[in-house]
Write a protein that binds this ligand. Sequence first.
Ligand code: ADP
Ligand code: MG
Length: 374
Amino acid sequence: MIRLEGVGKDFGDFTAVKELSLEIPEGKTCVMVGPSGCGKTTTMRMVNRLIEPTRGTVYINDEDFKKKKVEVLRRDIGYVIQEVGLFPHRTIAENISTTPKLAGWDDKKIKQRVDELLQLVELDPEENRNKFPRQLSGGQRQRVGLARAMAADPPVMLMDEPFAAVDPITRENLQNMFLRLQRKMKKTIIFVTHDINEAIKMGDQIAILKGGELVQADSPEELLANPKNQFVSDFIGEDRAIKILDLFSTDEVMWTEAPVLSRSNMEEETRNLIEKGEKAIPVIVEDEEGKKFWFDLDEIEGDVSINDVIRPLEITLEPTNSIKLAMARMLEHNNDAVLIKGDEGEEPGILTLKGIRNYVYRICESKPGEKVGI
Ligand SMILES: Nc1ncnc2c1ncn2[C@@H]1O[C@H](COP(=O)(O)OP(=O)(O)O)[C@@H](O)[C@H]1O
Ligand SMILES: [Mg+2]
């Protein structure tokens, strides 16, 4: 856990950071985001004391960081920066082993650790350990920078625009790789970016800074649902409802208990559902060949029969896919529902356009702190 308490920095007469208080729970990622010059880098560098705060202090696991020797503090904090800063005349293996060497590990342990780290950042150890930084692409160098920062397995990581210097596709790959890694490692991370999309994607918590002051710190969901003021709204952009689509996976919004009827017997089974008092629920129909179709129960009214409204359910997605992807597939195929694969032995779910619309709307309309269920 990292806790900043009233941390601030003056450079002469100029106040770069006023008095910032923020708590990052153990194993979570806090993304600091804001326009250029708002004090992100200064705040981050105060945490590992590359910059001495003018006021306030930082607690790492409830211990005042001033009580630790700077060398020890820095060993426990991995630091990744945009231009990586690899030593050009040292091999990848030598670069990665910088901290373990300082910590006095033996050669065998270091060699093992280097290979393990290269695998973690998804680089082939055999192929890369003896190369020099100039022989790698920008994205690969960034991976090595990450491996080096993680070498001594620090519980805390500071990452200052780590993926900003690479092309958009490489950036996306790095982000995804890092999210996979973090799912396993659960480090406590402060991640700086000026890109709100990256913040939403990477953060458990987003801290928006402006002119050296914290404007809002909240989960991505809460930030998008309830921007605190015009500055935050403007920073998020006009498409917050679309950004919300990125935050949720299909299994968080899908129906898991939609009735599955057989095509040959669907009229009768539908009448039974209506008599039981079911309303407005998606109903899946399966024919003899296993083909799936669907309709919404509240479409059956008056003269409307199932055959008037039933339509194919032709797209199947993974439970981990985003609802944005589900939406994209529906638009591409002019469908209004997708099937979501069940885990082994489990029934599939169904995600409808109506369900998504409803969910996003309720999030946009929710009050601060209010939880929206499906
Ligand atoms: N060593 C320094 N001396 C004077 N001013 C500085 C120094 N470092 C940063 N600043 C100023 O502090 C402000 C915040 O800088 P920084 O934290 O690097 O911003 P960010 O990372 O958000 O772009 C900027 O106006 C910058 O010019
Ligand atoms: Mg910066």
